[in-house]
Write a protein that binds this ligand. Structure first.
Ligand code: PGA
Length: 255
């Protein structure tokens, strides 16, 4: 079997109606590798999800950047899995380091969200990654293992999960992980899946890299054996760059 490549664009809290329309119309008309080769996802701020969902051609999917674990209720400012489903979304990003760091989301809360998304019939882009101090003190694998362990019992179906390895020191900094650093972490994630879930899940689960991915560094990264795609922040706001990144799609064999 082959692991289809997966490239997501995380717009974070950026964009306007006009700029998002422009990016998406560029993407709609761009020549992208086929659906069998790469999944293409865009994730605008929640206020623009319906707009984006109405604009993209079926080749491109739209993801929410976050959602709550509860189905409804007094959670001012939040959106639910059911709402995402209601407007036709298939994907939700959960556990982004900005949610963890800036908004104080705990491993436990993130695990509840992961479960809610999968139980609700949608799929998760589940983000993990170490801080610079973790890496400097040799704790990268421990942090990754801890973040994975936190969701282990919350994932009933790993076919609905893409793991995004995003070292916090590389996000939005222009300091990209070297292909070797990324490959080492991805390989560790796959070995963790093999030991804690199954060899089949380890072979089939897409593990994508995020953190200062650009049109100029994506080709080298995409060649690594355990890199199955990218979660792209800044460069996803530049349509031509995002198309270049999608075009480096390099699916790997799951055997
Ligand atoms: P960046 O963001 O590409 O701007 O570093 C990546 C992310 O946060 O997903």
């Amino acid at each position: 079997m082959t692991r289809r490549f997966f490239v997501g664009g995380n717009y974070k809290m950026n964009g306007t109606k006009e700029s998002i329309q422009n990016i998406l119309s560029h993407m709609n008309t761009a020549t992208l590798p086929s659906q069998e080769v790469v999944d293409v996802i865009v994730s605008p701020p929640s206020i623009y999800l319906t707009l984006a969902q109405g604009l993209v051609n079926p080749r491109i999917k739209v993801a929410a950047q976050n959602c709550h674990s509860n189905a409804s209720g007094a959670f001012t400012g939040e959106i639910s899995v059911g709402m995402c489903k209601d407007i036709g979304l298939e994907w939700v990003i959960i556990g982004h380091s900005e949610r963890r760091k800036v908004f104080g989301e705990s491993d436990e809360f993130i695990a509840k969200k992961v479960k809610a998304v999968i139980d609700g019939g949608l799929s998760v882009i589940f983000c993990i990654g170490e801080q610079l101090s973790d890496r400097q003190s040799g704790k990268t694998n421990d942090v990754i293992a801890q973040q994975l362990s936190a969701v282990l019992t919350s994932v009933p179906n790993w076919t609905r999960v893409v793991i995004a390895y995003e070292p916090v020191w590389a996000i939005g900094t222009g300091v990209v992980a070297t292909p070797q650093q990324a490959q080492d972490a991805h390989k560790f994630i796959r070995s963790w899946l093999s030991s804690n879930v199954s060899a089949a899940v380890a072979g089939d689960t897409r593990v994508i890299y995020g953190g200062s991915v650009s049109a100029s560094n994506c080709a080298e990264l995409s060649k690594e054996t355990d890199i199955d795609g990218f979660l792209v922040g800044g460069a996803s706001l530049v349509a031509a760059d995002f198309v270049t990144i999608v075009s480096t799609a390099h699916p790997k064999s799951s055997l």
